[in-house]
Unconditional design. Structure first.
Length: 520
């Protein structure tokens, strides 16, 4: 054997004794907490690498090196021990495994299947830590973080490649995931969809120049369709309450000394794709179907005024009530107010409160007629006519989706804040930073794993991914951890102590008092 397990175990014991000396020796009596903490961390990483090597050596020593018989009946004799590098959280370690081979038949390594190793050298723990950081931060910052904290040298190319490889099973994971229990759901089933542009790499990049000409771009944007489905409890309101809230006045609830209730979405599921509106809504339809049941009282679809998206939603989700996002409608009102009064005129607010209340009270048709009349009035300026006509046309086209008085009475949501927030933090904040340009596959892989993180499915997904990978590589049952070992691993993880700490684990230190005279 290349390594002797007993020799390495003795080395590990020696390393552990050095750690004890480090924290209780003479130098520790004058050391700072920071010095000891940093030193211990480095020593723990080195000890971890040593112990991991012990594990691999023991497993290799225990392997049977007799002739192996494959499923097809072919017999493979033991050929030699072959080396494999394993890039762990403790650093790179080496392992030697018995390799079985027959000329003209091929070879195999049974220990790789027993350890459920992947196709490359990176451990699952390294992959998951780097990917969890990578879906939230730029790849080079992820590499720097791993280098500074753990001393691991992962290039940005490796981080990106691992994300691409580990995003393969995301769709399959969500296809088999069961719906949330009805007991955890609310009464209103809500879906939302919106688009957000992602800067893409040009198929044929422009010639590299110091300064681009007018209209030239180094890339272009492709629309990512962001979707979400969740349930929410009804919250009936009056148009007056909504207007008061929008303009930050005291609501009726505050006047009656009743706290305002903030209703939160339940079991929110986010997704984003660059594969187009139809693909996004088809997938959303499957997620929505799982959430339906007798516990659902109402079904609401929220969308902005994008006609292409509205038509598809109306067709795909015919049993949902389509609602125009009120925030977008209100923005059109503000555009008219700014056009009529100017952006700094305080008269805008009174006008806005009046017309917002009209829209929310089911009087959108009256507002449309008013704008159409003003648009042809002699005293109206050309720019004002343009804005009035634009807003009137927008409201007229969306009139079937603007019955806000009924929506509020039913307690339905009327604003697509969930999807607007998702477009911002889920897509824009990660994919549209300065200088970023993406390939479609690179952005799609990132968005898939980012959805797993956003949906709080990280651990469950990676457990699923490891099992799928094992099945693909080895075609054997996944080597599940024995119950006793799982229990030991769980107990080895120390919980975060409550504050204040129990007396038994408090940090005790001497307190010194100076005998000084009191100030006069």
């Amino acid at each position: 054997m290349t390594f002797n397990s007993q020799a390495i175990i003795q080395e590990a014991r020696t390393e552990f004794e050095k750690m004890l000396d480090f924290v209780k020796g003479e130098e520790a009596r004058t050391a700072t907490a920071d010095h000891i903490e940093r030193g211990l961390f480095k020593m723990l990483l080195a000890l971890g690498a040593k112990l991991l090597t012990v594990f691999f050596v023991i497993r290799s020593e225990a392997c049977d090196r007799e002739t192996k018989e494959r499923e097809d009946g072919q017999k493979l004799p033991y050929h030699r021990d072959t080396k494999r590098e394993y890039f762990s959280i403790f650093g790179k370690v080496e392992m030697f495994r018995p390799y079985f081979y027959r000329k003209g038949v091929g070879g195999g390594i049974s220990l790789d299947a027993e350890l459920s190793l992947g196709e490359d050298c990176y451990s699952d723990l390294v992959r998951e830590i780097s990917e969890y950081q990578g879906v939230d931060s730029v790849y080079h910052k992820t590499s720097e973080m791993l280098g500074r904290v753990l001393g691991l040298q992962l290039s940005t190319r490796v981080v990106e490649a691992n994300i691409a490889a580990d995003a393969v099973d995301v769709e399959a994971y969500y296809a088999q995931k069961t719906a949330p229990p009805a007991s955890t759901e609310a009464e209103i089933l809500v879906l939302q969809a919106d688009g957000k542009g992602i800067p893409m790499i040009l198929d044929q990049p422009v010639e590299d120049t110091v300064r681009l000409g007018k209209g030239e771009k180094r890339g272009h944007k492709k629309e990512a369709i962001v979707t979400t489905v969740y349930t929410i409890a009804p919250k009936p309101r009056t148009p007056e309450e909504v207007v008061a809230s929008l303009f930050r006045q005291e609501t009726l609830s505050l006047a009656e000394n009743k706290p305002l209730q903030h209703i939160r979405p339940q079991n929110k599921h986010l997704w984003a794709t660059l594969e187009g509106k139809d693909t996004a809504l088809e997938r959303l339809s499957k997620q929505v179907d799982r959430r339906k049941g007798t516990h659902i009282r109402d079904q609401v679809a929220l969308c902005d005024g994008c006609e292409a998206l509205q038509l598809r939603i109306a067709r795909q989700f015919a049993d949902f009530t389509l609602v125009l996002d009120f925030v977008h409608a209100d923005e059109y009102l503000w555009d008219v107010a700014n056009s009529l009064f100017g952006e700094k005129n305080p008269q805008r607010f009174g006008w806005m409160k009046e017309h917002t209340l009209q829209i929310l009270s089911g009087q959108a048709q009256q507002v449309i007629m008013e704008f159409q009349r003003l648009a042809v009035a002699d005293e109206t300026q050309p720019a004002q006519r343009t804005q009035l006509a634009k807003t009137a046309n927008y409201f007229e086209r969306n009139l079937p989706y603007m019955d806000y008085r009924t929506y509020l009475k039913n307690g339905w949501p009327i604003a697509s804040g969930v999807i607007e927030g998702a477009c911002r933090h889920f897509v824009k904040d990660r994919c549209e930073r300065s200088g970023m340009r993406w390939s479609q596959s690179g952005a799609e892989n990132l968005l898939h794993l980012r959805a797993v993180a956003e949906n709080d499915d990280w651990d469950a997904y990676h457990d699923f991914r490891r099992r799928k990978r094992h099945s693909r590589l080895y075609g054997t049952p996944f080597p599940d951890q024995p119950a006793l070992e799982n229990q030991a691993l769980d107990s080895a993880v120390l919980p975060v102590p409550p504050s204040p700490l129990p007396r038994s684990v408090r940090l005790h230190r001497p307190v010194y008092y100076l005998d000084l005279p009191l100030a006069a």
